[in-house]
Design a protein around this ligand. Structure first.
Ligand code: HAM
Length: 423
């Protein structure tokens, strides 16, 4: 029996891989204009990095990590997200002593042992961006504006930006206490995990997917009521900067995010067109993580988007329709001299960036023409001994049927000109 791919993983090929390529191109282009350089970190890290960074009481660390031991018995984990590894690399490579801010982006596979469904996979891809060194609300707004710009450039519509603030360590402690009092009266209705979360980190109870827990937590106090003046002003400024950039948003005090490192601003970009896994992008400020990774205290803010969810949304909105990868020209040939000419013209065109194809299967002329049609070549020519002798060949536009005679001795330049005129 043939071996199948593991559940919750995807093969990307054909149109899907082109779509992924297009998304990555947009990401790289926009990141350049925002002055963001790329970082590539290992696919696995020591487990303690995620336990400390993402948080012991999060679903990711408690249930979803792919963890294994190296030969020395040290625990390693496939990265469930990109932030912790990027922060570790930022500190370890001494970027901390560069002029700040430092702005980095990554495109990486991530691994979470979640129950697979549409938009939720065990291996998925994140594009993420992180900005280190800045505590100012302008940095939060800049990072949000980057995500907004990329989603726009990708032609995606009807995505809502929701923002919230979890406050600084003190605000969060105050909120956890308020929440604990609220939860204490509903403890019996909670799942076993949430009973533990209630003890260790009540905020995580708000993040539970269990329907009973969700019900029990309805009407919970708002985190925004626990913010001190400094955190309130910071959140207010983020909103003002978003407003001056013309970026629409909604304040949603129910957003707590599923990772423990967040402080102050948190945000999500959400679509209702791709089912229950509609969060295409999530992020926020995390001012404690760089210190946690061994660096000095330093502001940080970032986000990550799931590329599979972006692909699903592009497909749902039909904006993947224009993607095509058909050859510019098929060079058919007949006879030994014709075949050689086809190979040499095809190679010259490829060197000039033209997508040229010729026969490598030993097909008859009729079969070559059928194949050219099947692969959607925009032009075709056919070269035989007679054409070589007369230094003349006919180029056919496959869409309009129009035929043009060209000198074979000058064919590369003529074809390039014709193809460019038709683009
Ligand atoms: P996250 O919300 O866990 O945040 O993940 C970010 C995005 O990754 C989600 O919004 C979603 O699009 C995608 N994603 C997450 N899990 C899956 C999955 N199982 N299958 C498919 N897509 C998924 C983080 O990971 C943070 N590191 C974001 C961040 C960066 N915060 C600050 N900097």
């Amino acid at each position: 029996m043939a071996v199948k791919k593991p559940r919750g993983t995807n093969d990307f090929l054909g149109k899907n891989v082109l779509l992924l390529e297009q998304i990555e191109e947009t990401v790289r282009k926009v990141c350049k204009s925002f002055g963001i350089g790329e970082i590539r970190t290992p696919m696995f890290e020591y487990t303690e990095l995620f336990a400390r960074g993402v948080g012991e009481t999060t679903d990711i660390v408690q249930k979803e990590m792919f963890t294994f031991e190296d030969r020395g018995g040290r625990s390693l984990t496939l990265k469930p997200e990109g932030t912790a590894g990027a922060a570790r690399a930022f500190v370890e490579n001494g970027l901390i002593s560069d002029a700040q801010p430092t702005k980095l982006f990554y495109i990486t596979p991530c691994f979470r042992n979640e129950r697979p469904q549409a938009g939720r996979y065990k291996q998925f891809h994140q594009f993420g961006a992180e900005m280190y060194g800045a505590y100012d609300a302008k940095a939060d707004a800049e990072i949000i504006s980057l995500a907004h710009t990329i989603l726009n450039e990708l032609g995606l519509k009807n995505i809502t930006l929701r923002i919230n603030s979890l406050g600084c360590n003190e605000c969060r402690k105050r909120y956890n206490d308020t929440l604990k009092t609220f939860i204490s009266k509903r403890l019996d209705c909670l799942c076993e995990d949430c009973k533990q979360r209630y003890e260790k980190n009540p905020l995580r109870v708000l993040d539970c997917k269990n329907e009973n827990c969700k019900k029990a937590l309805s009407g919970a106090p708002s985190v925004l009521d626990s913010l001190d003046d400094e955190c309130k002003t910071h959140f207010q400024k983020v909103q003002e900067y978003l407003t001056v950039m013309g970026i629409p948003f909604e304040v949603d005090s129910s957003i707590v995010r599923g990772l423990d490192y967040y402080t102050k601003t948190v945000f999500e970009f959400v679509s209702d067109q791709i089912g229950s896994q509609g969060t295409v992008c999530g992020g926020g400020r995390y001012d404690n993580l760089i210190k946690e990774c061994g660096g000095s205290a330093m502001g940080a803010v970032g986000f990550a988007m799931g590329l599979e969810r972006i692909m699903l949304l592009k497909q749902a909105q039909g904006s993947d329709d224009q993607i095509e990868d058909t050859p510019d020209i098929f060079i058919a040939s007949i006879g030994e001299q014709g075949e050689k000419k086809a190979v040499s013209i095809g190679y010259s065109l490829r060197l000039k960036g033209i997508k040229a194809e010729y026969d490598t299967m030993g097909r008859s002329l009729k079969a070559q023409m059928k194949y050219a049609d099947k692969i959607g070549a925009k032009f075709n020519i056919c070269i035989g001994d007679d054409d070589i002798a007369s230094d003349c060949v006919t180029v056919k536009n496959m869409e309009s049927g129009e035929k043009t005679s060209m000198k074979l001795s000058n064919i590369t330049e003529e074809i390039i000109k014709t193809i460019k005129e038709n683009k």
